[in-house]
Design a protein. Structure first.
Length: 143
Protein backbone atom coordinates (compact mmCIF):
# COMPACT_ATOMS: atom_id res chain seq x y z
CA UNK A 1 0.00 0.00 0.00
CA UNK A 2 2.77 2.41 0.94
CA UNK A 3 4.48 1.89 -2.43
CA UNK A 4 1.29 2.78 -4.35
CA UNK A 5 0.83 5.93 -2.25
CA UNK A 6 4.43 6.94 -2.89
CA UNK A 7 4.04 6.26 -6.62
CA UNK A 8 0.80 8.27 -6.63
CA UNK A 9 2.50 11.17 -4.83
CA UNK A 10 5.37 11.13 -7.32
CA UNK A 11 2.92 11.20 -10.23
CA UNK A 12 1.05 14.13 -8.66
CA UNK A 13 4.32 15.97 -8.08
CA UNK A 14 5.37 15.32 -11.68
CA UNK A 15 2.01 16.58 -12.95
CA UNK A 16 2.41 19.78 -10.94
CA UNK A 17 5.90 20.35 -12.33
CA UNK A 18 4.68 19.66 -15.86
CA UNK A 19 1.74 22.06 -15.42
CA UNK A 20 4.06 24.79 -14.12
CA UNK A 21 6.49 24.24 -17.01
CA UNK A 22 3.63 24.38 -19.51
CA UNK A 23 2.44 27.65 -17.97
CA UNK A 24 5.92 29.13 -18.34
CA UNK A 25 6.15 28.04 -21.96
CA UNK A 26 2.79 29.70 -22.60
CA UNK A 27 4.02 32.92 -20.98
CA UNK A 28 7.10 32.88 -23.19
CA UNK A 29 4.96 32.39 -26.31
CA UNK A 30 2.93 35.43 -25.29
CA UNK A 31 6.17 37.30 -24.65
CA UNK A 32 7.33 36.50 -28.20
CA UNK A 33 4.15 38.11 -29.58
CA UNK A 34 4.73 41.19 -27.44
CA UNK A 35 8.37 41.37 -28.51
CA UNK A 36 7.34 41.27 -32.16
CA UNK A 37 4.90 44.14 -31.56
CA UNK A 38 7.51 46.20 -29.71
CA UNK A 39 10.12 45.63 -32.41
CA UNK A 40 7.65 46.77 -35.05
CA UNK A 41 6.74 49.80 -32.95
CA UNK A 42 10.38 50.80 -32.51
CA UNK A 43 11.00 50.44 -36.25
CA UNK A 44 7.92 52.41 -37.27
CA UNK A 45 7.54 56.08 -38.16
CA UNK A 46 4.92 56.98 -35.58
CA UNK A 47 7.16 59.13 -33.40
CA UNK A 48 7.56 62.89 -33.54
CA UNK A 49 10.68 63.32 -35.67
CA UNK A 50 12.05 66.32 -33.76
CA UNK A 51 12.22 64.50 -30.43
CA UNK A 52 15.62 65.06 -28.75
CA UNK A 53 17.78 61.92 -28.65
CA UNK A 54 15.06 59.90 -30.39
CA UNK A 55 17.48 57.84 -32.47
CA UNK A 56 19.77 57.07 -29.52
CA UNK A 57 16.86 56.12 -27.31
CA UNK A 58 15.33 53.83 -29.93
CA UNK A 59 18.70 52.18 -30.55
CA UNK A 60 19.12 51.61 -26.82
CA UNK A 61 15.69 50.01 -26.60
CA UNK A 62 16.39 47.81 -29.63
CA UNK A 63 19.64 46.66 -28.05
CA UNK A 64 17.95 45.87 -24.75
CA UNK A 65 15.14 44.04 -26.55
CA UNK A 66 17.77 41.91 -28.29
CA UNK A 67 19.32 41.07 -24.90
CA UNK A 68 15.90 40.11 -23.51
CA UNK A 69 15.28 37.88 -26.56
CA UNK A 70 18.61 36.12 -26.06
CA UNK A 71 17.90 35.62 -22.36
CA UNK A 72 14.41 34.30 -23.16
CA UNK A 73 15.85 31.80 -25.64
CA UNK A 74 18.36 30.56 -23.04
CA UNK A 75 15.66 30.10 -20.41
CA UNK A 76 13.30 28.36 -22.86
CA UNK A 77 16.09 25.96 -23.90
CA UNK A 78 16.88 25.19 -20.27
CA UNK A 79 13.19 24.69 -19.59
CA UNK A 80 12.80 22.30 -22.54
CA UNK A 81 15.78 20.21 -21.40
CA UNK A 82 14.43 20.16 -17.87
CA UNK A 83 10.97 19.12 -18.98
CA UNK A 84 12.36 16.27 -21.09
CA UNK A 85 13.98 14.89 -17.92
CA UNK A 86 10.64 14.80 -16.13
CA UNK A 87 9.76 11.39 -17.60
CA UNK A 88 13.02 9.98 -16.30
CA UNK A 89 12.07 11.10 -12.82
CA UNK A 90 9.04 8.81 -12.89
CA UNK A 91 10.98 5.86 -14.30
CA UNK A 92 13.49 5.87 -11.46
CA UNK A 93 12.56 5.17 -7.88
CA UNK A 94 15.18 7.46 -6.43
CA UNK A 95 14.06 10.22 -4.05
CA UNK A 96 17.54 11.78 -4.12
CA UNK A 97 17.28 12.29 -7.90
CA UNK A 98 13.79 13.69 -7.35
CA UNK A 99 15.16 16.23 -4.90
CA UNK A 100 17.86 17.23 -7.39
CA UNK A 101 15.17 17.63 -10.04
CA UNK A 102 13.00 19.73 -7.69
CA UNK A 103 16.02 21.90 -6.87
CA UNK A 104 16.70 22.44 -10.57
CA UNK A 105 13.01 23.24 -11.08
CA UNK A 106 13.21 25.92 -8.39
CA UNK A 107 16.31 27.40 -10.06
CA UNK A 108 14.48 27.52 -13.38
CA UNK A 109 11.46 29.09 -11.67
CA UNK A 110 13.72 31.90 -10.44
CA UNK A 111 15.20 32.35 -13.93
CA UNK A 112 11.72 32.45 -15.48
CA UNK A 113 10.47 35.02 -12.97
CA UNK A 114 13.57 37.17 -13.46
CA UNK A 115 13.38 37.01 -17.26
CA UNK A 116 9.65 37.78 -17.38
CA UNK A 117 10.05 40.53 -14.78
CA UNK A 118 12.92 42.17 -16.65
CA UNK A 119 10.85 42.07 -19.83
CA UNK A 120 7.83 43.61 -18.06
CA UNK A 121 9.98 46.45 -16.75
CA UNK A 122 11.52 47.13 -20.16
CA UNK A 123 8.13 46.93 -21.87
CA UNK A 124 6.67 49.43 -19.40
CA UNK A 125 9.62 51.78 -19.93
CA UNK A 126 9.29 51.57 -23.72
CA UNK A 127 5.52 52.09 -23.69
CA UNK A 128 5.77 55.06 -21.32
CA UNK A 129 8.42 56.69 -23.51
CA UNK A 130 6.72 55.85 -26.81
CA UNK A 131 3.37 57.09 -25.55
CA UNK A 132 4.86 60.48 -24.80
CA UNK A 133 6.37 61.00 -28.26
CA UNK A 134 3.75 59.58 -30.62
CA UNK A 135 2.71 61.86 -33.44
CA UNK A 136 -0.24 63.96 -32.42
CA UNK A 137 -1.56 64.44 -35.94
CA UNK A 138 -1.82 62.55 -39.18
CA UNK A 139 1.02 63.05 -41.60
CA UNK A 140 0.04 65.07 -44.66
CA UNK A 141 -1.08 62.88 -47.53
CA UNK A 142 0.47 63.60 -50.88
CA UNK A 143 -2.04 63.17 -53.67
Amino acid sequence: MKNSVTKSNRINEAEELHWESTTWKSQFLHMEDELLFIERLLNSYVFEPNTPNLFERLMDYKSRIKEVCQRKDEVVNTLSEHESQLGGMLERDDRFCDQVYFGKHDEIKSEVKECLGDFQNLKTEIFNYAGSILRKHKPDKKV
